[in-house]
Write a protein that binds this ligand. Structure first.
Ligand SMILES: [Zn+2]
Length: 511
């Protein structure tokens, strides 16, 4: 007799449903699995048989063939275990075939029959709902995650015996284990904790309002990391769809906590992290989600950015342009989401005591001029071109430390208002962008010029050689954000002047 049930495999951050078909018929006892299964799935034979022996079911002592469909889709890992067991039990008349056929079943089986946690259930739930499947049975620990996707009946199962009981209608599915307490909105790091650094705080506000990528240069200990960590708390909360997308990515990476992620994520990989950890990668068909994808719709912070391997910095070019990263290996090619807000920090020079990026040494700097130039040059090119804001931080003075700083809850509403103005402007012009940073320079120049005085200032800076055309585009973009923050109809000369001061000295940066 033939019976089938459903399960899933993840492919990048998406899931594909897999039909698990069991044929139990006359012949020598044994299990054969067909359909591009990897070693872990082939070992399912042993796990499933051992689990069944602890589960009060009758194991068919005959020939069993398992087909995994679609056949061309590579299947990896142990997530199909429970579904394979159910298909066999349905084909040997021990669970109702109809119940098995209409349910997505996920979970790795322990030899003792326990069902262990699995990754990617949110992506699987999204796919199941899209394909009209009504029910999903998942390991108890994953119930909360799967239930983040509305419109699907989700039950938890703790053992193979429990799973069989639920399919027979004898037992109720579990409601899952209680997850950790929901994210406390008050627990985000607050700008009030950063003393002094008024210019940098203002730059962070502008970055948040226009979604501008930001570079901060300054000696160690001046607060670059503190500032970067506070950016997610200034950004608007994620929309419903974005929240599910971001949580699904964490679920695939094994980092979901069963709660919907509402705050934009913050990822800060260390420069010694492997390229796979930062960019993502994979081998033997398995995809590893990197920091650029975990930072999707949030903030990617690269501290000591020049210390990152050049290959890693170069690989950021694609996500910065397209919002996606393509992982291609000999046996696999997937496109992962990677639309992040980039913040980089750098010391002025390798020893950290220099006075400015690539420029003069400063009294205590022990670097040679060649070392300083090399250090600065590692950031040139693709990344530098994308950084609308480039600021220099000095050491705060004693006076700064005594001043009270504005809290994030006071700054965030200004950012939200500026973003709303920008969104309204681009929507009225039937343009697809939501934030100023996304708008291409030529279009901005042609259709959204600043007021005449401001335009004259920009032209002067370009003709005088102080600004490249690309540099002028960046200044204009930031100028629009300044106008949005002030509630002005268009950028005025002051906005453009201020925007110019926020892009650093190009010749030094591009050294
Ligand atoms: Zn130095």
């Amino acid at each position: 007799m033939v019976a089938r049930t459903l399960s899933f495999v993840t492919l990048g951050v998406d899931a594909r449903l897999v039909v698990v078909e069991a044929d139990v018929g006359p012949g020598l006892p044994g299990i054969k699995i067909v359909g591009l299964a990897d070693a872990a799935i082939s070992e399912a034979r042993d796990r499933v048989r051992a689990a069944a022996s602890h589960s009060d079911v009758e194991w068919p002592r005959t020939r069993i063939t398992i087909a995994l469909l679609p056949a061309g889709l590579p299947k990896r890992g142990a997530v199909l275990d429970a579904a394979i067991a159910v298909a066999i039990l349905a084909a040997s008349d021990q669970v109702p075939a109809a119940a098995a056929a209409g349910t997505v079943i996920a979970g790795e089986l322990g030899l003792d029959g326990r069902i262990h946690a699995t990754r990617g259930v949110i992506a699987a739930a999204l796919t199941a709902r899209r394909q009209g499947v009504a029910r999903m049975l998942v390991p108890e620990v994953n119930v909360a995650e799967a239930r983040l996707v509305p419109g699907l009946e989700v039950g938890g199962v703790s053992t193979l015996a429990h799973l069989v009981g639920v399919l027979r209608g004898d037992r109720a599915p579990g409601d899952g284990e209680t997850g950790p307490p929901p994210e406390d909105p008050g627990s985000a790091p607050d700008l009030a904790d950063v003393h002094g650094q008024d210019e940098a705080r203002r730059a962070l506000e502008i970055a948040a309002a226009g979604a501008h990528h930001l570079a901060m240069v300054g000696p160690p200990g001046v607060g670059k990391t503190l500032l970067a960590e506070r950016l997610p708390g200034l950004l608007p909360e994620l929309s419903d769809d974005d929240a599910v997308e971001v949580t699904a990515i964490r679920s695939v990476a094994g980092r979901a906590a069963g709660i919907l992620v509402r705050r934009p994520p913050f990822e800060a990989p260390h420069h010694s992290a492997s390229p796979v950890a930062v960019i993502g990668g994979g081998q033997s068909g398995r995809v590893h989600v990197g920091a650029v994808t975990l930072a999707h719709r949030g903030v990617l912070f690269l501290d000591e950015a020049p210390e990152f391997p050049r290959g890693v910095l170069e690989a950021l070019r694609q996500p910065l342009e397209s919002g996606t990263i393509r992982i291609a290996r000999s046996d696999l090619a997937v496109q992962l989401p990677a639309r992040f807000h980039l913040v980089i920090a750098a010391n002025p020079c390798p020893c950290g005591r220099g006075s400015g990026m690539g420029s003069s040494a400063g009294a205590e700097c022990s670097c040679s001029s060649l070392q300083r130039r090399r250090y600065a040059s590692r950031l040139s090119g693709p990344i530098l071109d994308r950084l609308d804001l480039r600021i220099t931080l000095g050491r705060p003075t004693l006076g700064d430390l005594g001043l009270a700083s504005e809290a994030s809850c006071a700054v965030a509403p200004r950012i939200a208002e500026a973003r709303a103005r920008a969104r309204h402007r681009w929507a009225q012009a039937s343009l697809p962008w939501a934030t100023n940073a996304e708008v291409p320079g030529p279009l901005l120049r042609r259709r959204f010029p600043p007021d005449p005085d401001a335009g004259a200032l920009l032209r002067q800076a370009v003709s005088g050689g102080a600004l490249s055309l690309r540099g002028a585009d960046r200044v204009l973009r930031v100028g629009w954000t300044l106008a949005d923050l002030s509630g002005r109809e268009r950028p005025v000369a002051d906005d453009i002047g201020y925007a110019m001061s926020l892009r650093g000295v190009e010749s030094v940066w591009a050294a």
